[in-house]
Design a protein around this ligand. Structure first.
Ligand code: NA7
Length: 543
């Protein structure tokens, strides 16, 4: 048992998902004293918690893994888009290879942190009242650590089984032959619906906004072919840094209306056949900013999807004539058999725009038309206080005594999407004002991880003990993020991309939309210029 109380670590990392493990690997190699605190009982981060039926990643396996050679060289994926079970197996494999767990404190939730300017150390407290004093605090808590359950009237009255998707029991719930209800049609709900649809007695889906879901085109992988491909992995990992999304694909370098309708059709049929995010990401380069171009793209999607739905009323509900919002303004789900599920006679779609939820009863959900939808199991696939909630739910106080939640109550302020003024020596990955939701997660966390490690190495080499982001740099970063974000059609949807899914949350672009390539250029430039926009100092020398 490691004795940690009052330990003066070099680095405390919070979270044992991809990001935390990547950071740990580098700090250990460089000889720092480092530890991960993880609230869950095992590795995996978001993949540990999201135990709901059908959970699966929608980034292709080659680039949804850590780029650390000793890991990818000996690992073979079974599916092109791995499911949660396989992802958790991967984390156990990572542990066997790197002996990660010996430096992780599980079941250890960080609840508070404040910075001691006398010693230039964070004082971090856990739920179990453990206190540690790291020089650097790295929050690798992901963007979806705080779930969102709407304030449904009488939710506590429901006597059946009810879980938010991210609190689904690890041992699962037997839904076979049960009457199951799903609230929501986001990426999570799409996975749940297509997974449980074929085995339940009855499925009722409560939809507010149709998902503009794209065909995943799952592949079962051949280990031999995969082994041959490995020679290309280093090139693939580098290629991620040259694209806007950190995937291997990029937008087509022409505007939509430069092509004839026939050329477009030919192009789209190809993207459609490739599946995955191709239709969203590899499309004409004005689709995310030109409403007319986006509408053409939508029409193609709508007509394709309608072919799979038998009932004309359902076609209109799931793939309406008029788009619910521009394509890509909400995150498209990747689906495998989502639309076919609605052709089953035992599946009902309740359109909440026609008839909302009045509340829950002991037996199920009561809608405004007086119908009681009786259920045995209710899945709340209602999303997250995304991007900021994972950080603001921790009582982290800056040197002025203001918490990060208070600081961001009227809008997010960060420098480079990794630091914030008055929170010295604190870094966060995969959070606000970074490429986060517009990028391949493993790519984003590695870029940011590398930057943070380099910064800490620079400080060590120069014997600096604190790094403060400057107010001017932070203001400039916010302006850049807002300007870029306001040009996107994204603002036309009430999505978590802009905080619009949470009542009372400020609506503003929460992601850096300049693309991975530009992000790398900008943050690398800051480091190359000696951490421009930051003040570095030594303990006792004054700030
Ligand atoms: P999302 O994408 O936020 O989806 C939440 C869903 O829940 C969405 O369909 C919402 O409808 C619906 N919702 C939310 N509140 C309500 C209420 N009050 N009544 C009815 N329906 C509601 O979360 P996911 O978990 O699917 O995905 C999260 C991301 O995490 C995912 O994209 C991955 O990147 C990982 P709305 O669209 O707001 O009308």
């Amino acid at each position: 048992m490691v004795k940690l109380q009052d330990t003066e670590l070099d680095v405390l990392v919070v979270g044992a998902g991809f990001s935390g493990i990547y950071q740990l690997y580098h700090y250990r190699k460089l000889g720092y004293s480092v530890r991960i605190f993880e609230a869950a009982p095992d590795l995996g981060g978001v993949w540990y918690h999201n135990a709901y039926p059908g959970a699966r990643v929608d980034t292709v396996h080659t680039i949804y893994q850590l780029s650390i050679p000793e890991l990818w060289q000996d690992w073979a994926w079974k599916e092109g888009y791995p499911g949660r079970k396989e992802l958790l197996e991967y984390f156990q494999y990572v542990d066997r290879k790197l002996d990660v767990k010996k430096d992780v404190s599980f079941n250890t939730r960080v609840v508070a942190a404040r910075f001691d300017q006398q010693t230039d150390r964070w004082i971090v407290t856990t739920e179990g009242r453990l206190v540690v004093r790291p020089r650097f605090l790295v929050l690798a808590v992901g963007f979806a650590a705080k779930s969102y359950t709407p304030d449904f009237n009488g939710l506590e009255k429901f006597e059946g089984i009810c879980y938010h998707s991210s609190q689904w029991p690890q041992e699962g719930v037997d839904v076979k032959n049960k009457r199951v209800g799903v609230i929501g049609t986001g990426a999570t709900a799409v996975q749940v619906i297509q997974e449980v649809g074929p085995e339940v007695a009855y499925l009722t889906v409560f939809q507010r906004t149709p998902n503009i879901a794209l065909p995943m085109r799952q592949k079962v992988l051949d280990a031999g072919v995969q082994a041959q491909q490995k020679a290309l992995y280093p090139t693939m990992f580098r290629r991620r840094l040259q694209t806007a999304t950190g995937l291997l694909i990029d937008s087509y370098p022409k505007p939509l209306f430069s092509a004839t309708p026939e050329e477009r059709l030919l192009f789209w049929e190809d993207l459609w056949a490739q599946g995955g995010f191709n239709f969203a990401v590899s499309n004409y380069n004005d689709c995310a900013i030109n409403e007319d171009a986006n509408r053409e793209m939508y029409n193609f999607w709508r007509d394709k999807v309608r072919l799979r739905i038998h009932d004309s009323k359902l076609q209109e509900k799931l793939a309406p004539t008029i788009p619910p919002h521009p394509v890509g303004a909400k995150r498209p789900a990747l689906e495998q058999s989502y639309y076919e599920v609605f052709n089953q006679p035992n599946v009902t779609l309740v359109d909440l725009n026609e008839c909302g939820i009045s509340g829950m009863t002991n037996k199920g959900i009561l809608t405004e038309d007086g119908v009681e939808h009786e259920l045995d199991v209710l899945v709340l696939a209602t999303g997250f206080d995304s991007i900021t909630g994972s950080l603001t739910q921790i009582d982290i106080r800056g040197v002025d005594g203001v918490s990060i939640a208070e600081k961001w109550a009227n809008g997010v302020y960060t420098n480079l999407g990794m630091t914030s003024v008055n929170f010295p020596n604190m870094f966060f990955t995969y959070g606000p004002q970074a490429p986060t939701a517009f990028s391949n997660g493993t790519c984003c966390i590695e870029i940011q991880g590398d930057w943070i490690v380099r910064c800490i190495e620079h400080m060590k080499a120069n014997e600096w003990t604190s790094i403060y982001a400057t107010t001017a740099a932070e203001a400039e970063w916010r302006t850049a993020v807002m300007d870029m974000g306001s040009r996107l059609l994204n603002n036309k949807a009430k999505s978590w991309y802009v905080g619009a899914n949470i009542p009372g949350k400020v609506i503003e672009p929460l992601n850096y939309s300049g693309g991975i390539k530009n992000y790398v250029d900008v943050i690398t430039g800051v480091a190359d210029r000696g951490y421009e926009g930051f003040t570095l100092s030594r303990c006792g020398e004054g700030k």
